[in-house]
Design a protein around this ligand. Structure first.
Ligand SMILES: Cc1cc2nc3c(=O)[nH]c(=O)nc-3n(C[C@H](O)[C@H](O)[C@H](O)COP(=O)(O)OP(=O)(O)OC[C@H]3O[C@@H](n4cnc5c(N)ncnc54)[C@H](O)[C@@H]3O)c2cc1C
Length: 380
C-alpha cells in the first residue's frame, strides 16, 4: 500500500473584478463663489486615476447658490458633476451632507471616492466610509492604479487604486484597500497640479434634488463662527524661507539666540520682495515649532509649519535653512520648483532633493545672501 500523500491540484488564483462599480468621484469644495483651488487639484488627482481605469471623473458638489461652480469643475477636468443645490445645504452640516452622499453612492456605485484632507474632508470621509462599510486611506500624497495579489484571499484584485502616503517613520506607505467599493481616500492639498482651465471643455452637469428631506437630526447647527484667517499664507507664497533646528547653534557649536536667525530671515524676505517683487513667507520645521522656544513665541507658530502635518507648499523657490530634510518635511516642499538647502552636514537628506545644495553655516549664509540681493538692487 502506498504511503504517498494524495495529490491535490493547486487552485489557480482567481481574479476579482468589480465592474458594477464605475467612475472616480471627487468631493468638491467651494471658496466663496468659486471652486476652491484645492478642489481643482483634487480633480487632477481623480483624472490621473480615472484615465488609468478608463473611467470618468465625477465631481460631487453640494451646497446652496452654486451657480457656475459646476461648470468650473468641468473646465478643470471633470467629465460630469452631480450637483445638489438646495437652501437646506446653505450651512455646513455634516450629517445632512453624509445622508446625501450615502444616497448617491448607494444609487450610483462609484469605484473610488476622493476627498481633500481639509477639515471638511476629514469630517465627511470617515463618516461616509463607515456607512458604506468600506476602507478609507487618509492623507495621501500620490495615487496609482495596479493589480494586487492578496495572499489572504489567494486572489488578484484587478485595477486597485493604490494609496500612497508617508508612514509615521521614515518610509512611504502604499495602502491597499482591496475588498470593498468605493475605495475611499483623502488627498493632501499641494501634491497634485491642477489641470489648465479649459472653458470650452464639455461635460455634463446633472441637477439632483436633495434626496433626504425634512429629517430631524440629533445635532443642530445653532451658530457658525469663522475662525480668523492665519497671518501666514504659505500656500500662495512664491518664495518660502524655512528655518529648522540648525539655527540653534553655529558651526563652532556655540548656542545662538534663534531670534538672530529670524531677524536675518525677515531682512532677506524684505530684500527679495523689494528686488524681485515676489511674495515671500517664512516657514519652519515641526521640530523648531514643537521645541516651543520662548525666544520664538509670537514669531513662529503652527501656521508656519511646512510638511506632512503642516502646509504643503509649491513655491517657485524654497530656501531650507538648517533643516535636515526628514521625509515628513520633504513631502511638504518637494514640489517647489527650485530648492536651496543650507546645511553644515554634507550628508543631510535635504541635499537629495536640493537644486542648490550649500554646505555652510546659516549664520554665514544669511548676511552674505542679503548683501548680494541688496547689492544687486543698487546695480539695477
Ligand atoms: C507623524 C509625524 C509627522 C511629522 N510632520 C512633520 C511636518 O509636518 N514637518 C516637519 O518639518 N517635520 C515633521 N515631522 C518631524 C520630522 O520627522 C523631523 O523630526 C523634523 O522635520 C526635523 O526638523 P529639523 O530638520 O529642523 O531638525 P533636525 O532634524 O534636528 O535637523 C537640523 C539640521 O540642521 C543642520 N545644522 C545644524 N546647525 C547648523 C548651522 N549652524 N547651519 C546650517 N545647518 C545646521 C544639521 O546638520 C541638521 O541637518 C513629523 C514627524 C512625525 C513622526
Amino acid at each position: 500500500m502506498s504511503t504517498a500523500p494524495p495529490q491535490v491540484a493547486a487552485a489557480a488564483p482567481s481574479v476579482i473584478e468589480t465592474p458594477e462599480y464605475r467612475d472616480v468621484w471627487v468631493y468638491l469644495q467651494r471658496d466663496g463663489d468659486s471652486l476652491s483651488s484645492d478642489s481643482r487639484e483634487l480633480i487632477a488627482a481623480g483624472r490621473r486615476v480615472a484615465d488609468k481605469l478608463k473611467q470618468q471623473v465625477v465631481g460631487v458638489l453640494l451646497g446652496s447658490g452654486l451657480k457656475g461652480i459646476a461648470q468650473e469643475a468641468v473646465a478643470y477636468g471633470a467629465d460630469r458633476v452631480l450637483l445638489v443645490d438646495d437652501p437646506a445645504l446653505a450651512d455646513y452640516f455634516s450629517l445632512r451632507i453624509v445622508d446625501t452622499l450615502d444616497y448617491l453612492v448607494k444609487k450610483r456605485k462609484p469605484y473610488s471616492f476622493l476627498f481633500l484632507s481639509t477639515e471638511q474632508g476629514k469630517d465627511l470621509a470617515p463618516r461616509l466610509a463607515y456607512r458604506e462599510k468600506t476602507g478609507l486611506a487618509t492623507d495621501n500624497i500620490q495615487l496609482e492604479v495596479d493589480d494586487y495579489f492578496s495572499p489572504a484571499a489567494k486572489a488578484t484584485y484587478k485595477n486597485l487604486v493604490i494609496q500612497i502616503r508617508p508612514d509615521f517613520g521614515t518610509r512611504v506607505a502604499r495602502i491597499y484597500t482591496p475588498r470593498n467599493r468605493p475605495q475611499m481616500s483623502t488627498v493632501r492639498p499641494g501634491n497634485f497640479e491642477a489641470l489648465p482651465r479649459d472653458p470650452d471643455r464639455k461635460g455634463i452637469v446633472e441637477n439632483i434634488a436633495l434626496p433626504v428631506k425634512g429629517k430631524t437630526y440629533s445635532a443642530v447647527v445653532k451658530e457658525i463662527r469663522e475662525l480668523p484667517k492665519p497671518g501666514v499664507n504659505l500656500k500662495d507664497a512664491q518664495v518660502v524661507i524655512s528655518l529648522g533646528m540648525g539655527i540653534l547653534r553655529d558651526k563652532s557649536g556655540r548656542v545662538r539666540d534663534p531670534r538672530e536667525a529670524y531677524r536675518l530671515v525677515l531682512k532677506l524676505k524684505a530684500a527679495i520682495e523689494q528686488k524681485e517683487g515676489l511674495k515671500v513667507e517664512v516657514g519652519a520645521s515641526r521640530a523648531l515649532i514643537y521645541a516651543e522656544l520662548k525666544e520664538l513665541e509670537g514669531l513662529i507658530s503652527k501656521d508656519n509649519q511646512v510638511g506632512q502635518t503642516g502646509t504643503t507648499v509649491g513655491a517657485q523657490v524654497y530656501i531650507a535653512l538648517g533643516i535636515s530634510g526628514a521625509l515628513q518635511h520633504r513631502v511638504g516642499m518637494q514640489r517647489c520648483k527650485r530648492i536651496v538647502a543650507v546645511n553644515l552636514d554634507p550628508n543631510a537628506p535635504i541635499f537629495q532633493i536640493a537644486h542648490y545644495p550649500i554646505v555652510e553655516d546659516v549664520y554665514d549664509f544669511l548676511p552674505e545672501m542679503i548683501a548680494r540681493i541688496e547689492g544687486s538692487k543698487n546695480e539695477a
